[in-house]
Design a protein around this ligand. Structure first.
Ligand SMILES: *[C@@H]1O[C@H](CO)[C@@H](O)[C@H](O)[C@H]1NC(C)=O
Ligand SMILES: *[C@@H]1O[C@H](CO)[C@@H](O)[C@H](O)[C@H]1NC(C)=O
Ligand SMILES: *[C@@H]1O[C@H](CO)[C@@H](O)[C@H](O)[C@H]1NC(C)=O
Length: 582
């Protein structure tokens, strides 16, 4: 069968609509529901239940079989065998939390590993999304640089050697107990504290990982309440989770700007400076939105030479601080080698790090198959309202409509019409709307039910969850939030809300430049309602405005062409590729 048909556009400049051209040859029902979707369902069914069915499908679609790319087919065949074996003993469905450690690692073709981004040596059943995401996600037109790929493989080796309870870890830990940094240690660490909402956590963890790559540190993740329930292990063999017996774990909550080991605080009190020889075994980095001027010195090159001597750095932040790393001369050169296409930082690191656990992957794939797979086009609309009151707000509804209709993301309705005869190229559009309130999707649903569209397209509106139902079970709440971000990332086009890290995660994972809904002012729909993003990178909401060399304030959004102020927050900073116009 033609596995490439499960994916959406596979190159940056595809033939405009090869999919619908092929649909033109099919009988009406197949056209209506989309052949790609039918195939996907068949495939999943066969993967799960009846292996011989695969043969049947290839008989039905012999021409597709001829066109099948050989490497993809091989990868899928392997996946099928493994899944089949796992299922033979019991009736466990596709998604199971059991880890079958007896499955040997399997070499997968490059495409399944996102162009070499992912390491091959993983057990399949423990994290199905790592391998199956290639079936659902389009192939990214943005290839990781070979420098990034080799840097990741190098990092994986480092993590294996220095990860939890290795000899190096145990030895470096002894520094903390002694209170001082003793000599130079074999391994150095950055410990990420679980802090703030899920969208923020995903962005800060990617920032911390980039910092680890740039400084040859090992990233260890405080598991907080639910990190292990949300994300698979991204590195082979050794966990990225900080051991629960790590000596400082119980202090994480209380760490703040005034903590004795806070980097900024020690600078402020002149306890450490660039000529200090005896540094503590650990420093706490306070990079949360409320950080002070001394904390911000983290982003100065000369401070990095001090920090490089400290074996343990413990980081608390709720911000995507990557843009400011691009302004530091110590990282400049390596960053341009890692990311020749500058706006792909979160896109690559996010897809490398964040694989939904099997539980979350079940939420994603069931929803996708039931509501989205059949559509010719998927439109994600992420609504986040930073206003008091519960909503839905009429001005927000107006804004959503103004944006999606003006930008022709959704078709207009014919308010005088009753019936539209289906035109030749009738398309089925699926809108995935996420919001705390169900009001916006209900309005849209009514609109497309009550009136025909002017072009005859059909529009289905789907909203997975809304907060009202989920106050009690926090854990499931975050799993659903993660599933929604991921589902949004599978859209063909995306509309996001200003200031929302939820939207940033979706656009970055999906490699999408969204239309951003401007933040409404004074409860009126802004005009224009939205604009296209300059880049798919997230926005750093609280960047420093400091010139380390001049020791004076400066506009950090005007220093280099590839770090600019954000579309949705005038004081924020984001990385752009540089070839886009302002
Ligand atoms: C590291 O220390 C732990 C106990 O804290 C121990 O179980 C483990 O075996 C040690 N690792 C090595 C390689 O000695
Ligand atoms: C640097 O810090 C040390 C204490 O570690 C202090 O004695 C010294 O005066 C400081 N130097 C400067 C230039 O502030
Ligand atoms: C906000 O809107 C109200 C009524 O629409 C108006 O009276 C008020 O002047 C507006 N405030 C600002 C700051 O524009």
């Amino acid at each position: 069968m033609d596995l490439s048909s499960f994916r959406r556009r596979s190159s940056p400049s595809p033939s405009p609509d090869s999919g619908s051209a092929r649909r033109g040859f099919l009988p009406a029902p197949a056209r209506r529901f989309g052949l790609g979707a039918m195939r996907l369902n068949h495939i999943l069914a066969s993967t799960l239940l009846v292996l011989p069915l695969l043969a049947t499908i290839s008989v039905f679609y012999p021409r597709d079989g001829a066109r099948r790319p050989p490497d993809r087919a091989a990868g899928f065949a392997e996946a099928r065998v493994l899944d089949g074996r796992a299922l033979s003993g019991n009736a466990t469905p596709l998604v199971s939390d059991d880890t079958d450690s007896s499955s040997p690692p399997v070499d997968l073709p490059k495409n399944d590993l996102l162009g070499g981004l992912l390491a091959a040596e993983f057990n399949k059943q423990s994290c199905l999304s790592r391998f199956q995401s290639a079936i659902y996600q389009k192939i990214s037109p943005h290839k990781p640089s070979s420098f990034l790929v080799s840097k990741l493989r190098e990092y994986e080796k480092l993590h294996k050697r220095c990860g939890p309870y290795t000899q190096s870890y145990n030895e470096t830990l002894a520094n903390i107990n002694s209170g001082k940094a003793i000599g130079s240690t074999d391994c150095k660490y950055i410990v990420w504290i679980s802090f703030s909402g899920l969208g923020n956590r995903i962005l800060t963890l990617a920032s911390a990982f980039l910092y680890a790559l740039l400084t040859n540190r090992v990233l260890l993740v405080d598991r907080g309440k639910d990190m292990a329930d949300l994300f698979c292990e991204p590195f082979p063999e050794k966990s990225w989770l900080l051991p629960t017996d790590f000596p400082l774990v119980n202090q994480f909550q209380s760490f703040g700007q005034n903590s004795p080991n806070c980097h900024g605080n020690m600078l402020k009190k002149n306890i450490i400076n660039t000529s200090t020889n005896t540094l503590p075994a650990y420093l706490y980095l306070h990079l949360a939105h409320d950080y002070g001027d001394h904390d911000k010195l983290f982003f100065c090159d000369e401070e990095q030479t001090v920090l490089a001597k400290v074996p343990w750095l413990v980081l608390k932040t709720d911000n995507y601080f990557v843009p400011s790393l691009f302004l530091m001369s110590s990282f400049d050169e390596e960053l341009s080698k890692l990311f020749p296409d500058k706006e792909t930082v979160f896109h690559h690191l996010g897809r490398y790090l964040f694989h939904p656990t099997n539980r979350v992957w079940g939420l994603i794939t069931r929803y996708y198959q039931a509501y989205l797979a059949k559509a010719d086009e998927k439109i994600g609309i992420q609504v986040r309202v930073f206003e008091e009151g519960n909503g839905p707000f009429p001005h927000v509804m107006d804004q959503i409509l103004a944006c999606t209709l003006k930008e022709k993301l959704l078709p207009e309705v014919d308010e005088k019409g009753f019936i539209s005869s289906p035109p030749e190229n009738q398309k089925l559009k699926a809108v995935l709307l996420t919001s705390l309130s169900s009001g916006y999707s209900e309005k849209l649903k009514d609109m497309y039910w009550e009136y025909p569209t002017v072009n005859g397209d059909l529009v289905g509106i789907y909203q997975p969850s809304h907060e009202e139902y989920q106050q009690t079970e926090r854990q499931l709440h975050n799993q659903k939030a993660w599933a929604e971000m991921y589902l949004l990332s599978m859209s063909d086009v995306l509309v996001t809300s200003s200031w929302s890290t939820f939207g940033y995660v979706a656009q970055g994972l999906g490699g999408l430049k969204p239309w951003i809904l401007y933040k409404p002012d004074n409860r009126t729909a802004p005009n224009p309602p939205c604009r296209r993003a300059m880049s798919m990178e997230p926005c750093f909401h609280a960047p420093p405005f400091y010139d380390c060399k001049a020791k004076a304030g400066t506009d950090t959004g005007a220093l280099v062409p590839h770090v600019r102020h954000c579309e949705d927050m005038s004081w924020g900073l984001k990385v752009v590729s540089g070839h886009d116009e302002l």
